[in-house]
Design a protein around this ligand. Structure first.
Ligand SMILES: NC(=O)c1ccc[n+]([C@@H]2O[C@H](COP(=O)([O-])OP(=O)(O)OC[C@H]3O[C@@H](n4cnc5c(N)ncnc54)[C@H](O)[C@@H]3O)[C@@H](O)[C@H]2O)c1
Length: 365
């Protein structure tokens, strides 16, 4: 089974990499180009060999190995990559293959977009999150201190190849990180997708190529309408205003993953949607049930909630210092650019903490 989705300037192929157009595409377009493969420690260990042994034309590829984790999403690391490419005499006609999760595609894509005013790159995502989200859409970039994705550019990959075989070595927790973005896709525009994902018990075993294709199609459909996030694309930020702030808040002391932060953000922003009477209590309860059956809620009792709120003041989606957020107006429907107040944000964080306490009490009884 395989699928092809047409994005803005490139194709997304979903299916077995060896049966895809990967080889033909590379041999036609990049016959005289040097190939650079960007990997992190884990994709170097678990994914690279498959690529190198399956495709002869990658025999001479230069490998750029970056440390795993969000700490790699910094400008310093890009500067090291650019120095290495300069030492290797990498030219404009050469091509980068990002083999990894969202960190590799964000960093590798950003480094490629800037180097010599831009060299081509291809994404071969190896995490669920990168397969359904980070590998498409053209956003590349790095963090600046506590602020996520503060530096970046929009540059499309030349092609994206999604092969579910890479998920075999992915830790289960990482599968749930990607699943949070898939649930978000359903909640914002496609109630049927939400319902289909809601009934999965063991996501790592039950996720199918069709689920991944649907999520990718949803994201791609939104991007096609608004590639540079001047309007509709903001829908994809549902769960990310509060999610990013939580991720930034915990970054230095006890980091939480992006996907988990999004799951918490989805809960908190659904709560605000309910408080504003945009969704019903039964819709909020449905979201709560599904999210809490897949994710533990976070303990915020010892945290300064105002500090988390302060982080949102620097969110890229804000206008004139107002915090603007995507809110649900039903399951499968949302509205963008909704102003949310400090009080609503703090109450939503208290709500997360309450859910955590309830979970804890239930475990103890
Ligand atoms: N550019 C975008 O549009 C976009 C969208 C969503 C998220 N993101 C960014 O993506 C990042 C998160 O991406 P992620 O969740 O993929 O994290 P990640 O890239 O850190 O990967 C998660 C972990 O899985 C390991 N790994 C990757 N593939 C593996 C495999 N096949 N087998 C075993 N281990 C493997 C990695 O080494 C890492 O330890 C965040 O920085 C987020 O901001 C970007």
């Amino acid at each position: 089974m395989s699928y092809t989705i047409k994005s803005n300037t490139y194709l997304i192929e979903i299916g077995d990499l060896e049966d895809s157009s990967f080889q033909d595409f590379m041999e036609q377009k990049y016959v005289n180009s040097r190939k650079i493969i960007v990997v992190d420690e884990n994709t170097n260990e678990y994914c690279l060999e498959y690529l190198l042994t399956s495709f002869d034309f990658l025999k001479e590829a230069e490998i750029i190995l970056i440390p795993e984790g969000e700490d790699s999403k910094v400008l310093d690391l890009c500067a090291q990559i650019w120095d290495t490419w300069t030492d290797y005499h990498i030219e404009r006609k050469d091509v980068v293959i990002n083999l990894g999760g969202g960190i590799v595609s964000d960093v590798g894509g950003f480094a490629a977009s800037i180097y010599k005013r831009g060299i081509d790159f291809i994404n071969v995502p190896t995490t669920l999150l990168a397969m359904v989200d980070a590998s498409i859409g053209g956003k590349t970039g790095v963090d600046l201190g506590k602020f996520k994705n503060q530096l970046g550019v929009f540059t499309d990959p030349q092609r994206v190849f999604v092969d579910l075989a890479f998920l075999q070595t992915l830790p289960v927790g990482e599968v749930y990180n990607g699943f949070a973005e898939m649930l978000k896709h359903g909640l914002i525009v496609n109630a049927k997708h939400w319902e289909e994902l809601s009934v999965l018990n063991e996501v790592e075993q039950e996720i199918t190529i069709e689920h991944i294709y649907t999520s990718l199609s949803i994201k791609n459909g939104i991007i096609l309408e608004d590639p540079f996030e001047s309007g509709l694309r903001k829908k994809l930020n549902f769960g990310h205003t509060i999610g990013h702030a939580l991720e930034g808040h915990f970054a230095e002391k006890d980091p939480i993953s992006h996907g988990y932060a999004v799951a918490l953000g989805v809960l908190a922003e659904s709560f605000i949607s309910f408080k504003k009477n945009f969704i019903t209590l039964s819709e909020l309860n449905d979201i709560e049930r599904v999210l809490l059956s897949n994710y533990e809620c976070i303990d915020l009792s010892g945290e300064n909630l105002n500090e988390i709120y302060q982080l949102m003041l620097n969110d890229k989606k804000n206008v004139q210092q107002k915090i603007l957020c995507v809110l649900l107006i039903g399951i499968g429907e949302c509205v963008i650019d909704q102003e949310i107040s400090e009080q609503e944000i703090v109450e939503s964080l208290e709500y997360l903490n309450r859910l955590h306490q309830e979970e804890k009490n239930a475990h103890e009884n």
